[in-house]
Design a protein around this ligand. Structure first.
Ligand code: MF3
Ligand code: CO
Length: 262
């Protein structure tokens, strides 16, 4: 459907009570802590399976449940997307090399509520162009989050992400989107990383969203590998991904539930 037809339909947004948001904050904190741990383990020579094992153990050790394992038959706890892999890279015996970049995407469940977050980091020393891709993708996520305030419409978030990415000369991926999140990993509404502003539902307190730009260095086109999960760029150039789970607040900026709290 066209974007306009898409925006014109009605949404089944499940609003969260403050108690539910606090459970989602707990799930998101587990994700934040485990991502921080994994970032410290990323180095040349380690395999993505090693990272997956550590992720599962750390999530379960915190009394939470890995959210992705078994979701639509996804086989692992972690999505580990290296270089030209955009998202949903399946951990394997692949060893990381100096200069690679890796997206680490993780979800956890606490008391039936989900948290979902992703980061992209260099393996050792990466090229300055890769570091810029990573920085612009993270900035684009925060530009979107800044727009996630009561009174704005959903596509104000999308538009802010796209504008920042394209000003830097990169391309947003359109085949995958951010999403509502709650008792399910993927709830309505979808949160595209592109679009004109002022469209879609008005943002209201009680909405919890996963904002997740995927940004390609070259063209935005992607394809899915034979494993039916791994999304890669069509042109083989590299890609970055960041994600936070956020809660719309009655006043002021959104609360970033998956931000590591010290
Ligand atoms: N953060 C991704 C998403 O929200 C991760 C999903 S991986 C899956 O879509 F295996 F759970 F599908
Ligand atoms: Co997500």
């Amino acid at each position: 459907v066209s974007q306009d037809a898409c925006w014109a339909r009605r949404y089944m947004i499940v609003f969260k009570t403050p108690d539910e948001v606090s459970l989602m904050a707990q799930a998101s904190q587990v994700v934040a802590e485990v991502l921080e741990l994994l970032k410290g383990k990323v180095a040349p020579g380690i395999t993505t399976d090693d990272l997956d094992r550590m992720a599962e153990e750390a999530i379960r050790g915190r009394g939470a449940i890995p959210a992705f394992k078994g979701y639509r038959n996804y086989p692992k706890t972690l999505c580990a997307s290296v270089n030209e892999q955009v998202v949903h890279g399946i951990p394997s015996k692949r060893r990381l090399n100096e200069g690679d970049i890796i997206g680490l995407d993780l979800g956890a469940i606490v008391s039936g509520f989900y948290g979902d977050s992703a980061v992209t980091v260099p393996v050792g020393t990466a090229s300055s162009q890769c570091l810029r891709l990573i920085q612009v993708t993270e900035e684009a996520m925060y530009r979107g989050i800044e727009k996630a305030v009561v009174g704005n419409r959903l596509s104000d978030v999308s538009h802010a992400v796209q504008t920042h990415v394209e000003a830097a000369g990169f391309a947003v991926v359109t085949e995958f989107v951010g999403h509502g999140i709650g008792r399910q990993l993927h709830e309505e509404p979808q949160v595209p990383n592109y679009g004109r502003p002022g469209q879609g539902p008005r943002l209201q307190v009680g909405m919890v969203l996963a904002i997740e730009p995927m940004v390609n260095m070259g063209t935005s086109a992607i394809r899915i590998l034979e494993d039916r999960w791994t999304a890669v760029t069509q042109d083989g150039r590299w890609s970055a991904h960041f994600e936070h789970t956020i809660a719309i607040q009655a006043n002021g900026p959104a609360r970033i539930l998956s931000q590591l709290s010290h």
